[in-house]
Design a protein around this ligand. Sequence first.
Ligand SMILES: Nc1ncnc2c1ncn2[C@@H]1O[C@H](COP(=O)(O)OP(=O)(O)OP(=O)(O)O)[C@@H](O)[C@H]1O
Ligand SMILES: [Mg+2]
Length: 232
Amino acid sequence: MSQTVIQAENLRRVYPRADGDIAALAEVTLAVQAGETVAITGPSGSGKSTLLSLIAGLDRPSSGELVVLGKRLGDLSEDDLADLRRRHMGFVFQNYHLIPTLTVWENVMLPLLPQLGNSLNLRGRALHCIEHVGLEKRIRHLPGELSGGEQQRVGLARALINDPALILADEPTGNLDAESAEAILALLFNLAAGHSRTVLLTTHDRRVAERCSREVRLRDGRLAANRQGATA
Ligand SMILES: Nc1ncnc2c1ncn2[C@@H]1O[C@H](COP(=O)(O)OP(=O)(O)OP(=O)(O)O)[C@@H](O)[C@H]1O
Ligand SMILES: [Mg+2]
């Protein structure tokens, strides 16, 4: 039986502007099941990053309901939201967001350092995630010593440190050449297929979107299309 990981009802996010409010998202209704890989596509400014931020609980909707991993986000305090993210979500960013003065190993441990300290357990978990993305020979390198594709693999290893049920990735292949992009995608799709993890990514790349199990297309903050069913 499939399990609903994200349920959005009439989601709306309005930004007030001097020249009138702008609806970054309007009436977005969407359900995502465990194990899906969903591409959110649409032109620049269509609301893709806004939707991802709302699902992550990093931003609050102006109206509408959002249930993520069984929690009604509107009922949660900021601390509860942070806790939900720390326990169950992983993030991958277009610009990697690595700390330049920390090694690969330290960067990957970072999200759980406040909880687990620099313990053997945490170091072991980080190493496991780094091995998963094939960078075990680079653990003591700094981000500046790595290629873009390698840095994004570190970003993915860091996103996996808490064994997340939901991975949110904002243009994870946006800065990568075709080969590096392929490596990241293969890893993301493996995670979804093998471990029933759910992956939501935004992309401008048609080829990336077509490889996801579903495409959700936005236009001016509204759902323009919802394609089901390519290869996972
Ligand atoms: N903090 C903000 N204040 C005001 N308007 C905002 C803010 N953040 C986003 N917007 C507006 O909301 C709309 C959607 O932005 P969003 O960043 O979600 O688009 P996007 O689809 O991710 O674009 P891109 O492909 O360029 O990343 C845009 O019109 C943007 O200008
Ligand atoms: Mg964006």
